[in-house]
Design a protein around this ligand. Sequence first.
Ligand SMILES: [Zn+2]
Length: 259
Amino acid sequence: MRQFLIVIRLILLLSVDISAAPAPAPAPAVRTEVDPELTAGYSEGDMIISAEQRNGLRPDSYRWPNRTVYYYINSNIDPPHREQILVGLRKIEASSCLTFKEAVKDQKYYVNITSEPGGCFTAVGFQNRVQQMNLQNYPLDEGCYRMGTIMHEMLHALGFYHEQSSADRDEYVRIAYENIQEGKEHNFDKFDIDTVDNFDQEYDYGSVLHYSPYGFSKNGGMTIVPFKEGAEKQMGQRLQMSQRDINKLNIMYKCPQQV
Ligand SMILES: [Zn+2]
């Protein structure tokens, strides 16, 4: 089966080579990144990763126990924004066997949802302590309050990395270092299969965890160039989890019945 998949991938790669898309048109000289998922300044923009995680602790320890995620939405987040966050959590619940519960007094571990300046960022995976998820204040459906961004950040807290850091990403995209802002190259690191598991799901351009094709671009050119023609239109969507995002979440948390 594995060999069969490798053969299929080779065929895909070869067909991509033949029909390679033309280089993107020359773009404006300077571009400033404004996406708050990217400007937060953490690892890959919005992921707070501890030193031990970089060294590859067994991923199981980063799963939430009993498929139950505790959260606390800070009181300075107004009711409409609070509701927007809750809708995002309910959508994840509806697509998985996870349950989100408001943290009770004396709760030892929970996602502390804040709305401070500094963009959107989240501690990755279960930390067994109070861990932050920050959604800088924006109008509803913009910036950190896009529905897909709320789910993107919560998926980090559940233990997911970015789609384009998958071990097999080089078979699906080219990282265009010539277009990346100086000093931001580390945001395009990939992780080996021991650190990041793709749960046998094929690379997903439409993942809510995929960067846009223009993330950290210094010149308006694509920084992540898909080999599949037209895939750049899917990349960076922040509307909803893709079916493969849902599949991975269900496999990661060993949901008894996949949704
Ligand atoms: Zn992210």
